[in-house]
Design a protein around this ligand. Structure first.
Ligand code: BTN
Length: 238
């Protein structure tokens, strides 16, 4: 697997998108310092050189649906944390939490044009952060804060990419097994959640997570099948 590392870059996701034609599929890009790191919903991803892993993986002509890559990268993160003896969970669809605090966020971007079909899977992982700004310290954590060990950021990157590639390979014939692992790692499955749906505040129990990544939620009046982006979960940090 080809790896490109930059000391400083605008955003590893942007680099993959801008250089899509020249980069090989399945390569990964890391940076010590991102000057324009982006999160979901137009949020800024705060740059923390030497503490945070900024990584993007480029997949050209993807064979899996977008949502499955999203599930597989979150699951891969949980699996490598487990190897480090850290118990983590997934807040649907792809935030990784330790003790209900966010350790890793994922931003998937892609193009589905016929002659330009790709997915960029961007992941930010709080690795060695010792503290967080007061406004986020109740909802953010790092691998260091949970394990009291500092880690080589590039080693974490390698472990994660390796686990992700292994999962992609396995998913071709055994996605159901990976879905089961994803569900076992989910902190929303079988839980009663509060969410915003079509501008309404709703409460319901998450009954299942399907192969396409959607949630089955039972409210007291109806059963909903919800796709990513259609709801905001209110009783978890994001
Ligand atoms: C989120 O939780 O909102 C997603 C955060 C994703 C951040 C990563 S860091 C590497 C890649 N490059 C970016 O600009 N964003 C993603």
């Amino acid at each position: 697997m080809k790896h490109f590392h930059f000391e400083t870059i605008t955003s590893t996701n942007d680099y993959c998108k801008q250089n899509y034609l020249n980069l090989p599929s399945l390569c990964y890009v890391t940076a010590t310092h991102q000057t324009q790191g982006r999160g979901r919903n137009q949020r800024v991803w705060i740059d923390q050189p030497h503490n945070v892993l900024a990584l993007s993986i480029l997949i050209k002509n993807p064979s899996l649906p977008f949502e499955q890559y999203s599930m597989l990268i979150a699951l891969s993160m949980v699996q490598i944390l487990k190897k480090l003896a850290i118990d983590a969970s997934i807040k649907w669809p792809n935030d990784v939490l330790i003790n209900y605090k966010k350790v890793s966020g994922i931003l998937l971007e892609g193009s589905h044009l016929e002659n330009q079909s790709y997915i960029v899977i961007g992941i930010g992982v709080n690795v060695n952060n010792v503290e967080f700004a007061p406004e986020i310290q109740h909802k953010a954590t790092s691998i260091f804060l949970q394990s009291k060990h500092t880690y080589d950021i590039q080693k974490i990157a390698k472990m994660l990419v390796k686990q992700f590639y292994k999962n992609i390979k396995k998913s071709r014939h055994h996605f159901a097994d990976l879905l089961l692992l994803y569900k076992q790692s989910s902190c929303v499955l079988n839980q009663t959640i509060q969410f915003e749906y079509q501008n309404q505040l709703e409460t319901g129990k998450v009954m299942d997570i399907l192969q396409d990544g959607s949630l089955i939620i039972q409210t007291d009046k109806k059963q909903l099948n919800i796709n990513y982006g259609e709801i905001t979960l209110l009783n978890y940090y994001s």
